[in-house]
Design a protein around this ligand. Structure first.
Ligand SMILES: [Zn+2]
Length: 334
């Protein structure tokens, strides 16, 4: 197992990094799995020190795992994004939406959203809220049926290892489920829907190929069930397309966070960021934003509004929600 030096800030590329006041290593669920599968001693983790970037204020582990090993961490050792899936399972099985306090209501009241984009993990933010608003009869029975049929349809399209009869049966079933889903999504049951886009960058710091539930990948399910367009990030494309761009705990799960934020700011009127701001950086994370990061954005002439206390949420760990914009005035939140 190799450690890689990250001597420049992963966000702003500054080399002005200082050893952070808070160091220390406590095992958690992730580090125990990583330790087991990579066959590591505690001393390996202790070599990773936390640094703070003086310029943009993010904190970052250095040294940390090599790029190739990051792939194994997020796609093999811990390939399923637990919170992503518990969000969607809680919604379709219990009717419970992800806990963002009254964020969705505040955004709806203050911004006109017709075109919404979210980054990398489809069920971490407010896609579920938009989906829920699209259906007139969104009771639990209706939701359970939609979810169940979507999973069955996508599973029936997996034919590897099947014999001729099984292929015939599965294809017939897939068509049946597809048609049921089409009926459930028909205008009879639906209100107008907004345009929803999932922007992905396929970073090795994020959950990709094994973010599956019952053999179905989260991005595939988002595409089929939520009618989300999945788009690969096109950094050179600066056309304004989105009213709002949500980044929910995913800016610290890419190797190119500055490019992602720059793209979000250029392509959208408003960008919403939800992030950890814990000064104690756990070892499964390469880096994290901090509360000082908002000031860095303000210095860069980006308008920023902190929503953390406004949305009425019980925080279990230090986290922050903020809205920012490069092009538009921020609304005066009421
Ligand atoms: Zn920096």
């Amino acid at each position: 197992m190799r450690l890689k030096k990250y001597n420049r800030c992963l966000f702003c590329k500054s080399s002005n990094l200082r050893l952070n006041n808070k160091q220390g290593f406590v095992h958690n669920f992730y580090t125990k799995a990583i330790q087991n599968d990579f066959n590591l001693k505690d001393s390996f983790f202790l070599k990773m020190k936390v640094y703070k970037c003086i310029k943009c204020k993010i904190i970052q582990n250095n040294p940390w795992f090599h790029y190739d090993d990051a792939f194994k961490i997020f796609n093999q050792i811990y390939g399923q994004h637990n919170r992503n899936w518990s969000n969607i399972l809680n919604f379709f099985k219990k009717g419970k939406k992800p806990d963002h306090g009254n964020l969705f209501a505040i955004l709806k009241k203050n911004l006109k959203i017709r075109n919404y984009a979210e980054f990398n993990s489809p069920f971490m933010g407010i896609m579920i809220n938009f989906f829920s608003e699209e259906y007139k009869k969104n009771n639990l029975n209706f939701l359970k049926k939609m979810f169940d049929i979507s999973l069955k349809y996508l599973s029936c399209r997996q034919l590897a290892g099947s014999n001729k009869t099984q292929i015939f049966d599965k294809t017939k079933l897939a068509k049946k489920y597809f048609n049921i889903l089409k009926k459930l999504k028909s205008k009879k049951f639906r209100n107008n829907r907004i345009q929803k886009t999932l922007i992905v960058d396929n970073s090795y710091l994020s959950w990709l190929y094994n973010d599956n539930y019952k053999s179905v990948n989260s991005k595939t399910l988002a595409s089929a069930l939520f009618d989300i367009t999945v788009k690969n990030i096109e950094q050179n494309d600066t056309k304004l397309r989105y009213d709002l761009f949500g980044i929910f705990h995913t800016l610290d799960h890419t190797h190119q966070p500055k490019q992602i934020l720059d793209y979000a700011l250029k392509s959208s009127k408003y960008v919403l960021i939800y992030c950890h701001i814990d000064e104690e950086l756990e070892k499964q994370h390469l880096f994290s934003l901090t509360s000082g990061f908002m000031n860095y954005l303000k210095e860069k002439k980006i308008k920023v509004f902190d929503l953390t206390s406004l949305i009425n949420k019980d925080y279990k760990s230090p986290e922050q929600y903020f809205l920012c914009s490069q092009k538009n005035q921020l609304p005066s939140f009421k």
